[in-house]
Design a protein around this ligand. Structure first.
Ligand code: SF4
Length: 408
């Protein structure tokens, strides 16, 4: 019988066989677990870093970042002593930079309030910036081996199928139902292995489309399979339509360096660097931006495409050169190139403003294009990184030059 995910507690999912499924999963995990960098030398700090990286990032992408990150900051104490630009630069390319900022803030909070030890307490963990129910559950179960569920999208899907839960497991009632099933299945003393087994099963066997039920270690105890409802559990969600965003980026070049501005406005990309960007498709706005930067537009160099969630950005790239020196013109070691008040001219209208555009840059700097293309230098927005690579591929190599930050 299928179980209603939103049903009251007296209609709990049947637990018969749940414990058996849990034991089978742990045995399967012992034989088939994925060899992942964060599964070597497990400790709560490493678990936490890995789980934060894995939010909105695939395992294959996060792996090398994790290795570099924990090599550079092997302990929570060392991370707590890092600066935000350092952490953002190490995060560059992973996207969703609020995760890195929260990680750093939380590390400092742990150093101050918990003596530098990642808490083994759910309430204390949830009190940290960026730590939600899933991350807290993963740290508690994998890092501390305490009996807490760690329910993400993969685990929700697997458990919804195993127990044939009705309704959307992402909604609060559905999530509670999933957690009840997880607790019923969890073998005593094996919380970490069990939760990771569920994660691995969801990633490799019980996938969203075409799950490999023939290779599943718990197929004998799967209610969705028994009822022939695997393809209907969980129910499909209507997808939001993609949104096209047209932008123009102005690359002011000087020798082998180019000009970057830092995003200052609140939002996911605050603190990242980008080429001055404006919502536009043609050269008119780009020319206006160049003029305000004390530069003159030369040519349209190409286009890059970048997607963030459902926003599909199409960025026309224009190159520009510093115009003759005058007040407000970019100058080596000189004054800030964007005078107070001027940025209003490149402030884009809502709603694309929070996506990929400059909002009143308070800092600007010249950076070697070669360094940018190599992934060095300040942390860039995803679109800016693609532009740097595109420009570099069209420019003959030169001696790297980074002319440093312009005083504001
Ligand atoms: Fe998923 Fe199929 Fe295994 Fe059920 S039997 S848990 S649907 S892979």
């Amino acid at each position: 019988m299928a179980i209603d995910a939103g049903a009251p507690s007296e209609a709990r999912p049947r637990q018969q066989g749940a414990a058996g499924n849990g034991r089978r999963l742990v045995r399967w995990y012992g034989r088939r677990r994925r060899d992942l960098p964060w599964r070597r030398d497990v400790d709560p700090y490493r678990v936490w870093v890995s789980e934060v990286m894995l939010q909105q990032t695939t395992v294959s992408v996060a792996g090398p970042y994790f290795v570099r990150f924990v090599r550079r900051w092997p302990t929570l104490e060392s991370l707590a002593g890092a600066s935000e630009p350092e952490v953002l630069a190490a995060w560059s390319g992973l996207g969703y930079y609020h995760r890195a900022r929260n990680l750093l803030r939380a590390a400092r909070q742990i150093r101050e309030r918990h003596g530098g030890r990642v808490p083994a307490d759910a309430a204390a963990l949830r009190d940290l910036p960026g730590v939600g129910a899933y991350t807290a559950g993963a740290i508690l179960s994998i890092g501390h081996n305490l009996p807490y569920p760690a329910v993400d999208g993969n685990v929700s899907r697997v458990v919804a199928r195993l127990a044939a839960l009705r309704g959307d497991p992402a909604r609060p009632a559905g999530r509670r139902a999933v957690e009840r099933v997880v607790r019923a299945m969890m073998p005593p003393g094996r919380a970490g292995a069990f939760n990771q087994a569920l994660m691995d099963l969801g990633a490799t066997v019980c996938t969203p489309r075409q799950p490999r039920c023939g290779a599943c270690p718990v197929s004998a105890g799967c209610e969705a399979l028994r009822l022939g409802k695997v393809d209907r559990i969980p129910p499909a969600k209507p997808s939001l339509p993609a949104r096209q965003v047209d932008l123009a980026a102005v690359v002011v070049r000087r020798q082998d360096s180019c000009l970057l501005v830092r995003r200052e406005a609140a939002g996911l990309m605050r603190g990242l660097w980008e080429f001055p960007t404006t919502p536009a498709r043609g050269p008119k706005r780009a020319s206006e931006v160049a003029r305000r930067l004390g530069a003159r537009l030369l040519s349209r160099t190409g286009e890059v495409r970048h997607t963030i969630t459902r926003h599909r950005m199409r960025v026309a790239v224009y190159e520009a050169a510093p115009a003759a020196r005058r007040r407000g013109t970019p100058a080596r070691g000189g004054r800030v190139l964007v005078a107070a008040g001027e940025p209003a001219g490149i402030r884009p209208p809502e709603p694309s403003r929070r996506l990929a555009t400059s909002e009143g840059p308070a800092a600007a700097r010249w950076v070697s294009l070669e360094r940018l293309a190599a992934g060095e230098g300040p942390a860039l927005t995803g679109a800016a990184r693609k532009i740097a690579r595109m420009l570099r591929s069209r420019t003959s190599p030169g001696r790297p030059r980074d002319l440093g930050e312009l005083p504001s």
